[in-house]
Write a protein that binds this ligand. Structure first.
Ligand code: SF4
Length: 380
């Protein structure tokens, strides 16, 4: 079982962000942490006393939580769940908010991995994105984290940004590499409806790079990161050997998880199938749900066997290792060949999928059109 804890607070909303995160709600933090711990107690039965496999505090901006509340949260979680020694325990943090006291509190509470959003090295691009930090803040935060004893650090970067050239992207990669992170995530920007960034794009005030340039940026990431000893293990994720994010790998391999907090989802075994539950996104609705112990007001979806089979294929293809035929058959009682063999082979003939040693995986060309491949594979 994996554990995810959502902290929905941010100092200001980034201009591209449509996550469940809210500025100017800090007054509710003490009540929110109490609610997280009440929910942690109510959900603990699903872990059945078994040691957790990984834990992850995400957001929002977890590093905006005052250290005293972070300490209360971590102490409470340890009271309800078994954290085995050495277990990967990640927290996200924003370089604009990270302090030494916060880091030391996190480390004392068992956190041993830090994931920070760096996004871009250029001040203009950071402004376009509405980020609250500079590249100097990122470098200072990495140095601070190392000084406090945090060895395992991941940085998030973004490409395909309005105004970004391939040369700027290579500069961002170089700046990130100079900080020697153990792990890097490189995400292509997907403009989301309703965000200020999307409004600027629609109005022509901003322009996205040409798709050829965006493809070159991704190719540059593959080439430069590989040259520096980072292995790509998922479409957007690269790690030094042994530093892959176990929490995310667990998600892609459909390990059950408990999600605590507003907008958090859980995936829980239920007999022969699985239930996915999702908490209300608004902080006030979440606090109300916990106060009334109205757990049934969560959105609940039963994952059908067909959904589960498709998810195994979809999530497995994100990983460079691909989908194991053996795991698929033992998990679903049907072979991949019987499930989608004909179509997988058609994509193989087009050079979009590769089939080796009992695994199906995307080729480099397949990664560019993965959505189209998945849409085709989804159809009955
Ligand atoms: S820091 Fe992250 S969660 Fe918060 S607004 Fe920015 S992108 Fe969204």
């Amino acid at each position: 079982m994996e554990l995810y804890i959502h902290i929905p607070y941010c100092r200001q909303k980034c201009r591209y962000c449509d996550f469940a995160s809210y500025p100017c709600q800090e007054a509710t933090m003490p009540q929110y942490v109490d609610a997280l711990l009440a929910e942690a107690a109510a959900m603990a039965e699903h872990a059945a006393g078994q040691p957790l496999e990984t834990a992850f505090i995400g957001g929002g901006t977890p590093s905006i939580l005052p250290p005293v509340l972070l300490e209360k949260l971590l102490t409470g979680l340890h009271a309800h769940y078994a954290f085995p020694p050495g277990m990967e325990f990640t927290t996200e943090a924003n370089p604009g908010t990270l302090t030494e006291e916060w880091l030391r509190t996190a480390i004392a509470g068992g956190v041993n991995r830090l994931s920070m959003g760096m996004q871009a090295a250029q001040p203009d691009l950071l402004r376009t994105l509405g980020r609250i930090h500079t590249q100097e803040d990122v470098a200072a935060s990495v140095r601070l984290a190392r000084r406090c004893g945090m060895e395992n650090i991941s940085l998030d970067l973004m490409f395909g940004l309005p105004g970004q050239t391939p040369a700027m992207w290579r500069e961002t990669l170089d700046a990130a590499l100079s900080l020697e992170p153990q792990h890097l995530s490189c995400y292509g920007l997907i403009p989301e409806e309703g965000t200020p960034l999307m409004r600027d794009l629609d109005a022509g005030r901003l322009t996205l790079p040409h798709e050829d340039d965006e493809r070159h940026m991704y190719d540059d990431a593959l080439e430069i990161l590989s040259r520096h000893g980072y292995r790509q293990y998922e479409i957007s994720n690269f790690a030094r050997p042994g530093c892959e994010c176990r929490h995310n790998i667990g998600y892609w391999r459909q390990t059950p998880y408990i999600g605590l907090g507003s907008a958090a989802a859980s995936m829980l075994p239920d007999g022969q199938s699985e239930l996915r539950t999702t908490n209300p996104a608004a902080i006030s609705d979440y606090l109300c749900m916990v106060a009334h112990r109205a757990w049934s007001s969560r959105e609940i979806t039963r994952i059908t066997p067909e959904d589960a089979r498709f998810e195994t294929l979809m999530l497995g293809l994100r990983m460079t290792q691909g989908v194991s035929e053996e795991d698929f058959a033992s998990r679903h009682g049907v072979s991949l060949e019987d499930y989608r063999g004909e179509r997988l082979r058609a994509f193989e003939a087009q050079g979009l999928l590769a089939h080796e040693n009992g695994f199906w995986r995307l080729t480099r060309r397949g990664m560019d059109v993965q959505n189209a491949i998945l849409v085709d594979l989804m159809d009955e």
